[in-house]
Design a protein around this ligand. Structure first.
Ligand code: F6P
Length: 529
C-alpha cells in the first residue's frame, strides 16, 4: 500500500495546485471539511480525488473504525504497557459506562472533577495572588498552552508554569512572588520525574525559608498517592487519574487544574464540551467528512508520501504561541516510533518533525525558507475569524490578510518571466535583469492547509486540541504503531542519573572519549559544577 502511495506522489510531482483549481471550480468545497463552527481547507495541496481515495482506503484497511471503537470503549490499545487509552472519557458528557478492568471509570472521573471544581473555587475565592504549576512534558505543556490560549477568560489568580530543571526557571518565577499568597500545584503523574521533584523540593524550601507551611500551600496532581503521602501532601489536596490517561493527553483532567483555577470550572467544562463535540464528530462522521481523518490524511500524503520531512504549525493567533510546542510532544512522542505494534520495523517513515511559531512573527524569521528554500515544508495555518479585541479590529484584519496571503503566495509562487517583467518595469536590463530575476522568482506549488474557526473560546480550543489528538491517532493507526507509549525517553533518563554521579567525581573511565572530555572540562571549570 505504501508503495502505491509513493507511486501516487511520484505522479503528483508534476501537478500544479493552481492547475487543480483551474480545472475544478468547486475544488475548495470538495477538498475541505466543516465541523462544529470550524472549516479545515486542504485544497491548497497536490491531493486529488484518486490520491485521497487511495490513502483513505489504506486508513480503513488498517482498521481505523475498530481501533477507534476499541479506544473509546476502553480496550487496552496501548499494548506495550497493557493499558487502555481513555482521554476521551475525561470529557465525555454521556453516562454510558466506560469499563476498565470490569469497572465503570466515569463515576471516579466525575467525582475527581467535582473535587477539582470545589478546590478551584476556593482558591479563586481566597486570598491567593499566584498559582505555580510545577510539572514537565504532558504535566506542563497542555496546562501552560491552554492557560495562555484562554487569557481573555482569566478571572482567577495569576498562573505560572515551571518545568525546566535549570534553576533559572524556578528562580525567575519565585523572584516575583509573595510567599504568603502563592499556591503550588505539583503536577506529575508518576511523582518521580526528576525535574519536577527537584523543582518541587526547591519550592518547598522557599516556603519554609519564608516561615510558611508547605502542607497548606501545596497540592499534588498525581496518580502516585503513596508518594504524595510520603511528601506530606494531605489526601484531600491530591487529584489523581488512572493509568488510562497518557501524560500528553492529560490536560482534560486534574492536570488541567491550573487552567480551571484561571478560567473557572464552568469555562473549563466548556473546554471539555468542545473536545467531546470533536470526539463525537470523529466517531460518527464518514471518513471524507471527518476532520481528524482528513487532517491525518494530508499529513500522511505530505510526509510518508511526498517525503517532506517536517511540517510547520503556523497559528495566526498570538494566544496559540505555545501550540507548536504542545503539538511537538503530542505528535513526536506519540508517532516518533521505529517499530509497529508487533515489533517489526515500521513499514515507512513514521512521525514528521513538527515545529512552528505564530504568524505574523514567523514571516519575518523563517518564511524565507518556506518560500524559496530547497526543501518543501507543508504549512498548517490556523486563524480565527474574530479576535477578542473589538477596539483593535484593524489589527485582526491585517492578521487574517497575512495568513491568507501567505498560503496563496506559497501556492502561486512567481515565475522567472513574471519576475523579469516586474524588474524590467523597474528599469533593470541585460545580465543584471537575468541575475536579479532568478533571486526574485518563487517556485510556488508549496502545500498548505488552513483551519479557520470563529473565535478562540474555551469550547473551540477544546475542539482544536481534540482534532489534533485524533489526527495523531489516525496517523498512528495508518502506520500500525503504538501512539501511546514513549519508551524512547527512558534511556536518556537512566544515563542522566548516572551522569550526575560522574559530575560529582565518580570514575568516568568507562565512558566514551567525547563524554570524558566534556566531564573533564566541566570538572576543571573554576566555578565547579
Ligand atoms: O519523559 C516523558 C514523560 O514521561 C512524558 O510522557 C510525560 O508527559 C512527562 O514525562 C512527565 O511525566 P510525569 O507526569 O510522570 O512527571
Amino acid at each position: 500500500m505504501w508503495t502505491r502511495i509513493k507511486a501516487a506522489t511520484e505522479a503528483a510531482k508534476t501537478r500544479r495546485i493552481t492547475d487543480l483549481f483551474a480545472a475544478d471550480p468547486d475544488r475548495a468545497a470538495k477538498f475541505s471539511v466543516r465541523a462544529g463552527g470550524m472549516l479545515f481547507d486542504y485544497s491548497k495541496t497536490t491531493l486529488n480525488a484518486d490520491s485521497r481515495a487511495l490513502i483513505l482506503s489504506l486508513i480503513e484497511a488498517q482498521g481505523l473504525a475498530a481501533r477507534r471503537e476499541a479506544m473509546v470503549s476502553g480496550g487496552a490499545i496501548n499494548e506495550t504497557e497493557g493499558r487502555a487509552v481513555l482521554h476521551t472519557a475525561l470529557r465525555s458528557g454521556d453516562d454510558t459506562p466506560i469499563m476498565v478492568e470490569g469497572r465503570d471509570i466515569l463515576p471516579e472521573i466525575r467525582a475527581t472533577r467535582a473535587r477539582m471544581a470545589e478546590f478551584a473555587q476556593n482558591i479563586r475565592a481566597g486570598d491567593w495572588a499566584d498559582v505555580v504549576n510545577i510539572g514537565i512534558g504532558g504535566s506542563h505543556l497542555g496546562p501552560e498552552m491552554a492557560t495562555s490560549a484562554l487569557a481573555p477568560y482569566h478571572d482567577g489568580p495569576r498562573c505560572h508554569f515551571v518545568a525546566n530543571v535549570d534553576g533559572a526557571d524556578i528562580a525567575d518565577t519565585l523572584g516575583n512572588l509573595d510567599p504568603a499568597r502563592t499556591l503550588f500545584l505539583i503536577a506529575s503523574k508518576t511523582f518521580t520525574t526528576i525535574e519536577t521533584m527537584t523543582n518541587a523540593a526547591t519550592a518547598r524550601d522557599w516556603l519554609r525559608a519564608h516561615g510558611r507551611d508547605p502542607g497548606a500551600q501545596m497540592a499534588a496532581i498525581s496518580s502516585a498517592t503513596a508518594r504524595t503521602a510520603q511528601w506530606g501532601i494531605a489526601p484531600e489536596r491530591v487529584f489523581g487519574f488512572g493509568d488510562y490517561i497518557g501524560g500528553r493527553y492529560s490536560v482534560w483532567g486534574p492536570i488541567g487544574l491550573a487552567l480551571m483555577i484561571a478560567i473557572g470550572p464552568d469555562r473549563f467544562k466548556a473546554f471539555l464540551d468542545g473536545a467531546a463535540e470533536m470526539d463525537a464528530h470523529f466517531c460518527t462522521a464518514p471518513p471524507q467528512d471527518n476532520m481528524p481523518v482528513m487532517l491525518a490524511l494530508t499529513g500522511l500524503w505530505h510526509h510518508q508520501g511526498c517525503g517532506h520531512a517536517t511540517r510547520a504549525v503556523l497559528p495566526y493567533d498570538q494566544r496559540l504561541a505555545l501550540l507548536p510546542a504542545y503539538l511537538q510532544q503530542l505528535e513526536m512522542e506519540s508517532n516518533g516510533k521505529g517499530v509497529t505494534m508487533s515489533g517489526a520495523p515500521a513499514p515507512t517513515v513514521t512521525g514528521p518533525v513538527v515545529w512552528g511559531a505564530p504568524g505574523t512573527n514567523g514571516q519575518h524569521a523563517f518564511y524565507q525558507l518556506l518560500h524559496q528554500g530547497t526543501q518543501v515544508v507543508p504549512c498548517e495555518f490556523m486563524v480565527a475569524a474574530e479576535g477578542h479585541e473589538p477596539d483593535l479590529a484593524h489589527h485582526h484584519r491585517l492578521l487574517v490578510a497575512n495568513c491568507l496571503a501567505q498560503s496563496e503566495a506559497l501556492m502561486r509562487g512567481r515565475t522567472q518571466a513574471a519576475a523579469r517583467d516586474m524588474l524590467q518595469k523597474a528599469g533593470y536590463t541585460g545580465a543584471d535583469l537575468d541575475r536579479q530575476a532568478a533571486h526574485r522568482a518563487f517556485p510556488g506549488n508549496r502545500p498548505s492547509t488552513t483551519l479557520i474557526y470563529d473565535r478562540l473560546t474555551p469550547r473551540r480550543l477544546g475542539q482544536i486540541l481534540a482534532l489534533y489528538e485524533h489526527r495523531v491517532f489516525v496517523e498512528g493507526v495508518a502506520l500500525g504503531i503504538n501512539s501511546f507509549d514513549q519508551w524512547g525517553v527512558e534511556l536518556g533518563k537512566v544515563l542522566a542519573t548516572e551522569m550526575a554521579g560522574l559530575l560529582d567525581g565518580a570514575d568516568a573511565a568507562a565512558k566514551d572519549g567525547s563524554t570524558r572530555a566534556l566531564i573533564a572540562f566541566l570538572r576543571a571549570h573554576p566555578l565547579g559544577i
